[in-house]
Design a protein around this ligand. Structure first.
Ligand code: ZN
Ligand code: ZN
Length: 416
C-alpha cells in the first residue's frame, strides 16, 4: 500500500482554491479568531492548505483533530465490551467551551461511508448512541448557530472506490476530486463570485417561501404521502447566513438546499427514502416510515434496519423531524448522476428531511429564542440530527396554508 495514494492525482491548484474558499466564504474566519478543524488523516494535504489560508487570514490558533479509520476498526477488533458505550465526552465539552470563546469550526468529510458495514450492528449502534449523547455540548452550539462553521470535502480513497467501484483507485480519486471541485464551484473563473451569485438564488427561494409562510408541506410520490407541518414562526434559510456571533458564513460547501424547521407534533403519513443513507459507517437503504402526530410509529429498511431502529431509540426526539429541505432534481449534484453515500453531497441532490434536533436559527427572531421558546413553537430536541433523502424526479410538493388553500411548490422534482 502506498503512503499517500491520492497525493499525486488530485490537482493541487484546485485543492488550494477549495481551501481558500472554505476559509474565506465557507467559515469566513475573522482576524484573531481561533479555528478548530477536524478531518480524516488522509485529508492532511487539504488540512495544511486550510491552515495556511487561515493563518494568512489572521487566524489566532488553528487546532487540527485527525481521525483514522484503521484505529476505528481496531476498536471493533479488540475493544473490550464496555468500550462500545464510551465516548470522548471531555473532548466534546472542550469543543463546547472553545465555541463559547468564539472559536470557529470546520469539518472535512471524506471517510469511507461503509467503514463499519461488516461490524456487529449492536456494537455500531451502541457506539453511535454514546457518541451522539456525548457530543451534545458541541452540537447544541452548532444547531443554535453560535459560531461560524463550515463543512467541506476531501476525496478520500476508500470513499472514491465506493462511488466509482469500476475504476482503479487513482482514477476513482481523480473523478471524485473533480466532482467535489465542480459541486463546490471552485472549477470556474472566480469561486467567490460564483458563490455570491449562488447565494443570491438561494436567498430568492427562501424569501418566497418566507412570504408564503405555509402551515404545512404535502409531499407525494412513489411510496410517499407525507404532510410535514411547519413550526410556528418558522423561517426558511439557505446558503450564506449570519451566526449569532455576527459572522456571515456558508455552513456547507457544496449547498443547494433551502431548509426550515418542521413542527415536531404535526407530521402525518408515510414516506420512502430515495437514496441510501450512510450513517457513521453503516448503510441504511430503502427506509419506509409512518408518522402519527409527528412521531415515527413504524420503521423499516431493506438494509441496515437494526441500525435504523437503534438510531430511532436514541431518545424521544429521534423519532421526530428537525429539518425539512427543498432541493430541485435539476441541481448540479443531482445531475451528475452520482450517488455519493455522503450526506453533504446527497442531501444537496434531493429534497430531504432530518430526524432529530432542529436548527433554532430557522425561526423568525431565532437568535433571541431560548430552548423553551423553540419547543413551544414546535422545534424538536434530540441528540441526533440525521438527514435522509425523499426527493426525486417523481416528487410533487404543495404548500398548504392554514385555511387549507394549496399552492404548488414542486412538480416532478422541480420548482414550479
Ligand atoms: Zn439539510
Ligand atoms: Zn440537516
Amino acid at each position: 500500500m502506498r503512503k499517500h495514494p491520492a497525493k499525486d492525482v488530485i490537482d493541487p491548484d484546485m485543492l488550494d482554491r477549495l481551501a481558500a474558499l472554505a476559509v474565506k466564504v465557507g467559515v469566513n474566519l475573522q482576524p484573531g479568531q481561533d479555528l478548530l478543524l477536524s478531518a480524516p488523516v488522509e485529508a492532511l494535504p487539504l488540512v495544511r492548505r486550510i491552515a495556511d489560508h487561515a493563518y494568512a487570514a489572521g487566524a489566532g490558533l488553528v487546532t487540527p483533530l485527525l481521525s483514522d479509520p484503521e484505529i476505528a476498526l481496531s476498536r471493533y477488533r479488540h475493544g473490550q465490551d464496555a468500550s462500545f458505550d464510551r465516548a470522548a465526552g471531555w473532548l466534546y465539552e472542550g469543543m463546547g467551551k472553545a465555541f463559547d470563546e468564539n472559536t470557529a469550526r470546520m469539518g472535512i468529510v471524506g471517510e469511507d461511508p461503509m467503514l463499519l458495514a461488516e461490524q456487529d450492528a449492536d456494537k455500531v449502534g451502541r457506539v453511535n448512541k454514546a457518541n451522539s449523547l456525548a457530543y451534545s455540548p458541541a452540537r447544541e452550539r452548532i444547531t443554535r448557530f453560535d459560531i461560524n462553521w463550515n463543512l467541506v470535502a476531501w476525496p478520500g480513497s476508500a470513499w472514491a472506490r465506493r462511488v466509482f467501484p469500476d475504476l482503479s483507485e487513482d482514477d476513482a480519486v481523480r473523478r471524485l476530486a473533480d466532482a467535489i471541485f465542480a459541486a463546490s464551484r471552485v472549477d470556474g473563473g472566480d469561486p467567490v463570485a460564483a458563490w455570491e451569485a449562488h447565494n443570491a438564488t438561494l436567498r430568492e427561494r427562501s424569501d418566497w417561501l418566507n412570504g408564503q409562510a405555509f402551515h404545512a408541506l404535502h409531499f407525494t410520490g412513489p411510496g410517499t404521502d407525507l404532510t410535514v407541518g411547519l413550526a410556528d414562526g418558522h423561517e426558511w434559510m439557505g446558503g450564506a447566513s449570519v451566526a449569532r456571533n455576527g459572522v456571515v458564513c456558508n455552513p456547507n460547501i457544496p449547498s443547494e438546499e433551502v431548509f426550515t424547521t418542521p413542527h415536531a407534533q404535526r407530521v402525518e403519513g408515510y414516506v420512502r427514502s430515495t437514496k441510501p443513507l450512510s450513517h457513521m459507517g453503516s448503510l441504511i437503504d430503502d427506509i419506509r416510515v409512518r408518522f402519527e402526530g409527528g412521531r415515527i410509529v413504524e420503521a423499516h429498511a431493506s438494509k441496515g434496519e437494526a441500525v435504523l431502529h437503534k438510531v430511532l431509540d436514541t431518545d424521544e426526539g429521534a423519532r421526530r423531524l428537525g429539518e425539512v429541505a427543498l432541493v430541485p432534481h435539476g441541481s448540479p449534484i443531482s445531475q451528475s448522476g452520482l450517488l455519493f453515500y455522503n450526506t453533504l453531497f446527497d442531501e444537496n441532490a434531493a429534497c430531504h428531511i432530518a430526524l432529530g434536533q432542529c436548527y433554532s436559527k430557522c425561526f423568525r427572531d431565532g437568535d433571541t429564542l431560548d430552548a423553551d421558546a423553540v419547543a413551544s413553537r414546535g422545534g424538536n430536541t434530540s441528540a441526533i440530527h440525521i438527514d435522509w433523502m425523499i426527493g426525486s424526479a417523481e416528487i410533487d410538493i404543495d404548500g398548504v396554508h392554514e385555511d387549507g388553500r394549496r399552492v404548488p411548490v414542486f412538480r416532478k422534482g422541480e420548482w414550479v
